[in-house]
Design a protein around this ligand. Structure first.
Ligand code: PEP
Ligand code: MG
Length: 898
């Protein structure tokens, strides 16, 4: 079996279908080489070797790889006309990670590998650029020591020994920029760097290129299990046994003088989706200079350059002189790059994110991948590609990550509030959206406030966890392709980058701009769509959805088999959901209606009553309120089915537990405080989730079910008089036995009948039940003899199948997930293996009795894409989820059906 796959010179061993084996980067390099894109030659060590390495260790792995790697290196030597380990004409290599999915910045890279005290002189002679050679050498020592010898600082606050030496030298020489170092300075740096390595590791810096190569390969494998990569995997649910591939490639240099450069480009706008080739580059620089945001990059296209100048308020003359676009500066290279981006987008039928380097006038494409994009761009690009004929309808729908639609549904700044906003500075609109929060300056402190704005000079991969917690990200340095910008867009998080006017002081934890100082904890607002940085809090409003969004939603309808309903307890929520295309309500939790201040009193009176008569009197007061509630909801959902669930939670949730409120209640009801206290004590339960709740209430206090049924039926009849059709479905919660259900159904039907007789009119309604206790799933065939529909309450079903209390599981679930005992939170993503069996069995058994039994889901899982797919597979009629997840569920339902 091959462990090494070579590419370059317009041929390759692998291709893009081999992502799992070669990693995304390796597979793409092979594919690009095959279709004639000029990639620097190299080879990929497979992901399987990463797994082998994890169990065998370094020496055995080197033994397995030796012959193949040596052959591959000599192949690169032939293509490049250089030699690995040769002092006069050295071949230099890069060693990079490459998992099957892109994990930007999460793993390690070593560049300029192969340099030592002799080779650096050879390189300087050959390139006639001494400065460049020594700069490469000092960068290599710094990187190799950090990655392979473990000399990277652990946290941002720690001091990097190499950066310290650099700062020291700059101070001594009275300069501020790396580019101002002379050759002698760089040679001094190399000397000092090697000295630090020797002092810290006890060994001299390795001079043998093969030792350097093997060390780097193994370090990249190690970085698969580094903290950053593990955190990123967990965040995205990627399993650890995927492993990473290692890509070894000939170095090409963008820092060989003014005829060289490097950049990043996108075939379309990753922020808006606009079909406009765009990107950034730097002359005489290496790739990491663009990403690290140390220098302000220039735009690739002239249009991009003009737009940038407008935002940055740079005069046209200054723009052309100081920040010319690549199109203006190197027109023929630009043309060539343009044709490759066109070829690549058409080849992959998706927006590409490419990296390139120009080495002494020759263009090399370093990598291409499907570009990360915002939710808005995702929607526009899918629809545009469909219209351009690049993808078909199914492919367009499958391009969507349903969860990302969430971004589009989130608030933006209220334009009126914005008019009064005081803009203190402007940065780049790096990732759209609006964020308002309190300033923090360190990633590990982002959790300090509920809403925080992580403010950094620049960000790096160690900051990812903090970025995830923050509401928004603000950086003083870096362009649209800086780490902060790329990661924020991936997270769908608002980000303003490169706000050069900001002075950030980590020591005093302050941000100053124009002489005004802001401290940690101060409120600030970011507009990621314009780049504005605003003082204080700014009000937000709901977003408006684009035409493409509506088109995709409509398209989803064509393929989807399931209905998407919503869980809504108020006319307002019902209307929002209907606006998003909900086709009914799958769950109205009636208990929420009793918690409102003006009602809780009547509710408490009902609970505290000792007799049926007393309870009935209190329920009389509640009836008109309930009826009005239902009228509102039925009207909002006119013509669509509305599933109303009878009272579910344990009664003790409604009674006061504090002395002061108990006293108040006693006075209100003209009873003694001790009577109140006794009742509260009586209602106390050891295990309320398994206690006196659900249909157990309705069966012990039938008058509650009677009142609720009456309210539902009367509301529907009242609307009927107004010409509005209500379609109530009355749902009995938490049944475990047939008899429990039967008794509730009898009460419901006889009450309805009574109301029909009183009103001399009738409406259609149905009666069904929730399946949320394992026993109900097991007895589904029996229950379906009477129930007209099932709705899986997967919140309770998960709770009772696992035996995890919904209210207490947060104490141990995160630890379980971290330790790999659970793949994800089963209250969020349905456990298809276990709980899923009960869902499948319940559905099958129910339909064995009643072939046309309507089945749906109304637990939180109803809006989670993988769970929606599971519901589709089980041939459910509908899923029901919270209003803002309706679009997500609609797309997920369509994808499941394709
Ligand atoms: C459920 O248990 O899944 C459900 C929808 O009901 P609730 O969350 O109200 O218990
Ligand atoms: Mg429930």
């Amino acid at each position: 079996k091959a462990r090494v796959y070579t590419f370059g010179n317009k041929t390759a061993d692998g291709d893009s279908r081999m992502r799992n084996l070669l990693g995304g980067k390796g597979a793409n390099l092979a594919e690009m080489s095959k279709i004639g894109i000029p990639v620097p030659p190299g080879f990929t060590i497979t992901t399987e070797v990463c797994t082998e390495y994890n169990s065998l260790g370094m020496d055995a792995t080197v033994g397995l790889l030796k012959n193949e790697v040596e052959a591959a290196v000599s192949g690169i030597e032939k293509t490049m006309g250089t030699q690995f380990g040769d002092n006069d004409n050295p071949l230099l290599l890069s060693v990079r990670s490459g998992a099957r999915v892109s994990m930007p910045g999460m793993m390690d890279t070593v560049l300029n590998l192969g340099l030592n005290d002799e080779a650096v002189i050879g390189l300087a002679k050959r390139t006639r650029n001494e400065r460049f050679a020594w700069d490469s050498y000092r960068r290599f020592i710094q990187m190799y020591a950090g990655v392979v010898l473990g000399m990277k600082p652990e946290t941002k606050q720690d001091i990097d020994p190499f950066e310290e030496i650099i700062e020291h030298l700059k101070e001594k020489r009275g300069i501020t920029m790396d580019t101002e170092f002379t050759v002698q300075d760089l040679q001094d740096l190399v000397y000092d760097f090697k000295d630090v390595v020797k002092k810290r590791s006890g060994l001299p810096f390795p001079t043998d290129p093969w030792e350097q190569l093997w060390g780097s390969i193994m370090a990249v494998f190690d970085s698969w299990n580094g903290d950053r990569a593990v955190y990123y995997r967990k965040m995205n649910g990627y399993p650890g046994d995927w492993g990473t591939a290692v890509n070894v490639q000939a170095m090409v240099y963008g820092n060989m003088g003014d005829n060289s450069g490097t950049g990043v480009c996108f075939t379309r706008d990753a922020g808006t989706g606009e079909n406009l080739f765009n990107g950034e580059y730097l002359i005489n620089a290496q790739g990491e200079d663009v990403v690290a945001g140390v220098r302000t990059p220039q735009q690739i296209t002239q249009i991009g350059s003009k737009r940038w100048a407008e935002l940055a308020q740079v005069e046209e003359n200054d723009r052309i002189n100081d920040f010319p676009s690549l199109e203006e500066l190197m027109p023929s290279i630009y043309k060539e790059l343009y044709s490759y981006q066109d070829t690549l987008e058409k080849h992959y039928n998706d927006m590409q994110d490419m990296e390139f380097t120009i080495q002494d006038g020759k263009l090399w494409i370093l990598q291409t991948r499907n570009g990360k994009r915002t939710g808005a761009a995702m929607v526009k690009i899918a629809m545009d590609l469909l219209k351009e004929g690049m993808v078909n309808e199914q492919e367009a729908l499958l391009m969507l990550d349903p969860n990302k639609l969430d971004e589009l549904l989130h608030p933006i700044f209220d334009p009126n509030a914005l008019k009064r906003a005081h803009v203190i500075a402007q940065g780049l609109p790096a990732s759209p959206g609006a964020a308002t929060g309190q300033l923090v300056f360190f990633a590990d402190e982002a959790k300090k406030y509920k809403n925080s704005i992580l403010t950094r000079i620049e960000t790096s991969p160690e900051d990812v966890e903090g970025m995830n917690h923050a509401k928004g990200i603000l950086t003083a340095r870096g362009g649209m392709t800086s780490h902060a910008a790329v990661v924020a867009r991936g997270m769908g998080k608002c980000c303003v980058s490169g706000a050069g006017a900001l002075k950030i002081n980590y020591k005093t934890r302050t941000l100053s701009v124009d002489g005004k100082e802001y401290h940690e904890g101060d409120w600030i607002s970011l507009n990621g769509s314009t780049g504005n940085i605003i003082e204080g809090k700014v009000a937000t409003i709901e977003p408006e959805l684009s035409g493409e969004f509506a088109e995709l939603m409509e398209l989803s309808e064509k393929y989807t088999k399931m209905e998407v309903r919503t869980n809504a307890d108020s006319p307002k929520d019902a209307k929002v959901a209907r606006g998003f295309g909900a086709q009914g309500i799958g769950l109205t939790r009636t208990e929420h209606m009793f918690f409102e201040v003006d009602r809780i009193k009547a509710m408490r009176e009902m609970i505290l009553a000792d007799t049926v008569k007393g309870r009935r009197m209190a329920l009389e007061d509640l009836l008109p309120m309930q009826r009005a509630d239902f009228e509102g909801i039925f009207e909002a959902m006119e013509g669509l089915p509305v599933t109303v669930r009878l009272l579910d939670p344990p009664l003790h949730e409604f009674v006061p537990h504090q002395l002061a409120t108990q006293k108040e209640l006693a006075e209100d009801l003209h009873i003694s405080l001790s009577a109140v206290k006794n009742k509260v004590a009586e209602l106390q339960e050891f295990n309320p989730m398994l206690g006196h709740r659900g249909c157990r209430l309705g069966n012990t206090y039938p008058e509650i079910t009677e009142m609720q049924t009456r309210a539902i039926i009367e509301a529907a009849l009242n609307l009927k008089e107004k010409g509005i059709t209500a379609k109530p479905e009355i749902m009995v919660p938490l049944i475990g036995t047939f008899a429990e259900y039967e008794m509730q159904e009898d009460i419901i039907r006889s009450t309805a009948q009574q109301v029909f007789e009183e009103r001399n009119d009738s409406i259609d309604f149905s009666v069904g039940t929730m399946i949320e206790i394992p026993r109900a799933a097991l007895m589904a065939d029996k229950i379906a003899e009477k129930a007209e529909f099932f709705s899986f309450g997967t919140n309770d079903l998960t709770q009772m199948t696992y035996g995890y209390s919904r209210d207490d599981a947060s104490k141990f679930l995160p630890i379980y997930i971290e330790k790999g005992i659970l793949p994800s939170d089963p209250f969020e993503v349905i456990d298809q293996d276990g709980v899923g069996q009960l869902v499948s069995m319940g559905t099958e058994r129910g339909r064995k009795t009643k072939a046309d039994l309507k089945v749906g889901i109304c637990g939180e899982h109803g809006g989670e894409p993988s769970s929606v797919e599971f519901c589709h597979k089980n041939q459910m009629n509908y899923v029901s989820c919270s209003p803002f997840r309706v679009p997500i569920a609609r797309i997920a339902a369509a994808q499941a059906a394709i």
